[in-house]
Design a protein around this ligand. Structure first.
Ligand SMILES: [Zn+2]
Length: 574
């Protein structure tokens, strides 16, 4: 494993190691890195790390001019495990069928369950610049691509069983037939939903009738409630029974409706595809896990090597309570791309080493993230960024082959969100206000602010809680205005007197901080003392109360620009 010190660029370190290892294993062949996704349900933002870690390494390898292929296996020949909430309970009849044999959720335009969840993922990956070769495991198994490997695994079943036995912690009977128990017991929902690829890790092929690493889907009911009852190596005749009552003998060399159990399937594919790098979730890395066991099986049985495979940590999501409930509670990459630009989402994955967990915020924290992103972009532009910041920024904004879409004039996200909020997203008003932020560089159209403006507008419309929305008061608060102290009145008059002269974002920023200083008899450029800061806070709160009826709000210069001078005078004059 690469020595990835905190100062090192983890992508570079893995690229070094992967290129060297690939040259040892298969000189002259393209480097192969791999990801696996299970289209058993929405592929959420956490799963995206499974793709982004190898993508970034593959991209670095390509940047160096070394041919590299990123394969993305869709485990769509896995069984349908559970009917998710919100789907017609009658889908329970399909539990145990391959995901590609289950009808898509009601209302879908896709041909089956797996395609319904693969399609939006593939679309989001394309937007993110992720170049990959998608592999349908249904297609691979049903075309017979793995026949030799399946026959090999069956021939070597007692050796496989012996390797697995070293790691089995539960008595065999406890792991024998979890699927049959679930189906015959309380039915749909009895089994927990899988998390990503290979969730059915407990089923290693051990049954009450012996060890068989191959599980057929039943020819009568299509489900995998089957038990292999015998196998003859010479003829490849495999006999099985199914919970539905069906029993038959098939010729495995010609059989296409079945698959190797996960712990054997994964190492088989490492050898078949020549995978040199494939990360996996931390849960796959424990002793006895599929990665560890697979590492033994790939060399002992399939004559291949275990990939370099760092474990990656959890990606948390915070503050997405208002997302569409039709897609479930967990946001997908497409959801994130509705509120942030492609390079920013790439950056989140690029700047953290795989073993570091991080959180993707859908609430106010996103504005702080954008401030940080803009600060790094400025440092990169003027050459003051650290080497690490510069490289993660570069990995975010482009790949070896494409430049990701960038906003020509990246105005601060928080300002765009505030203006969208105050104007309820009205384009004409936004153009007027945003043009006035910098009179020296007026906007010809909102296009200069895209795609960032649309993401910020979407954020304001979908993520900002109702009690944090900003609504300008339509009428002055007469009671409050007549109750002002003389000092408060004079502070507002100083603000009003300076408005026209300071009508830009920068000018108004100077003005609102200067007012309390001028009141104290100081110059506008006097250094801020604790006393002055308190006076500034009190002054800001006064303006917020009179303009929007709250003590806080969007940054004051943005609010003033959005309101316009006429409205400000109406709300703040005596
Ligand atoms: Zn059956």
């Amino acid at each position: 494993m690469a020595d990835v010190s905190p100062q090192a660029d983890w992508v570079n370190s893995f690229a070094d190691e992967v290129i060297a290892e690939a040259a040892r294993r298969a000189p002259g062949k393209p480097v192969v890195v791999a990801s696996g996704l299970s289209p058993s349900g929405p592929i959420h933002l956490g799963n995206l790390r499974e793709v982004m870690v190898p993508h970034l390494v593959a991209d670095e390898i390509r940047r160096r001019g070394v041919p590299c292929e990123h394969i993305l296996s869709f485990d769509d020949f896995d069984r349908f495990r559970k009917v998710p909430a919100g789907v017609d309970p009658s889908w329970a009849q399909h539990i145990g069928k391959p995901l590609t044999s289950v009808p898509a959720p009601p209302g879908s335009t896709h041909p089956n369950w797996a395609e319904h969840f693969k399609a939006p993922t593939a679309a989001a990956l394309a937007r993110l610049g992720v170049e990959f070769r998608g592999i349908s495991q249904t297609q691979m198994y049903t075309s017979g691509a793995y026949v030799d490997e399946v026959l090999l695994a069956m021939r070597e079943r007692s050796r496989i069983d012996a390797v697995l036995a070293q790691y089995r912690t539960k008595p065999r009977s406890a792991v024998a037939d979890p699927y049959i128990d679930a189906a015959a017991g309380s039915g749909a929902g009895a089994e927990p939903a899988g998390e990503g690829s290979g969730a059915a890790a407990d089923d290693d092929g051990a049954t009450s009738t012996g060890y068989y690493p191959y599980r057929p889907y039943c020819a009568a009911c299509e489900r995998d409630l089957t038990t292999v009852t015998g196998y003859v190596d010479e003829t490849t005749e495999l006999s099985y029974t199914c919970a539905c009552g069906h029993a038959e003998v098939v010729k495995l060399a010609e059989h296409r409706r079945g698959k190797l159990v996960w712990k054997v399937d994964w190492p088989m594919r490492w050898a078949y595809e020549g995978v040199v790098f494939e990360p996996s979730g931390a849960d796959h890395q424990a002793p006895g896990s599929s990665f560890v066991v697979g590492g033994e099986l790939v060399s002992a049985i399939f004559g291949g090597w275990r990939p370099i495979g760092p474990g990656y940590a959890f990606v948390g999501i915070s503050g997405m309570a208002k997302m569409s409930s039709s897609r479930g509670a967990v946001p997908t990459p497409s959801d994130a791309l509705e509120i942030m630009e492609e390079p920013v989402l790439r950056w989140l994955y690029a700047r953290r080493r795989p073993h570091q967990s991080f959180t993707i915020a859908f609430h106010q924290e996103l504005q702080r993230l954008y401030d940080e992103w803009d600060a790094v972009a400025r440092k990169v532009a003027d050459g003051t960024a650290s080497a690490l910041d510069a490289s993660s920024y570069d990995r975010a904004v482009r790949t070896a082959r494409v430049d990701l879409p960038r906003t020509p004039r990246p105005l601060p996200y928080r300002m765009l969100a505030s203006v969208a909020d105050i104007t309820t997203g009205d384009s004409d008003q936004m153009l007027r206000i945003l043009s006035e932020t910098d009179p020296g560089r007026p906007l010809s159209s909102l296009d200069e602010l895209q795609p960032r403006l649309d993401r910020a507008r979407c954020w304001a419309m979908t993520q900002l809680p109702a009690d944090q929305r900003t609504r300008l008061s339509s009428e002055p608060d007469r009671g409050a205005l007549t109750g002002l102290s003389p000092a408060e009145r004079s502070s507002l008059d100083l603000l009003l007197a300076g408005l026209a002269e300071h009508w830009s974002l920068e000018g108004l920023s100077l003005l609102v901080y200067a007012v309390p200083k001028l009141q104290a008899g100081l110059g506008a450029d006097a250094p801020a003392t604790a006393e002055l800061k308190a006076a500034q806070r009190a002054f800001f709160a006064l303006v917020y109360r009179l303009m929007i009826g709250r003590d806080t709000g969007p940054r004051l210069p943005t609010l003033l620009l959005a309101a316009g001078q006429e409205r400000i005078r109406a709300l703040l004059s005596g």
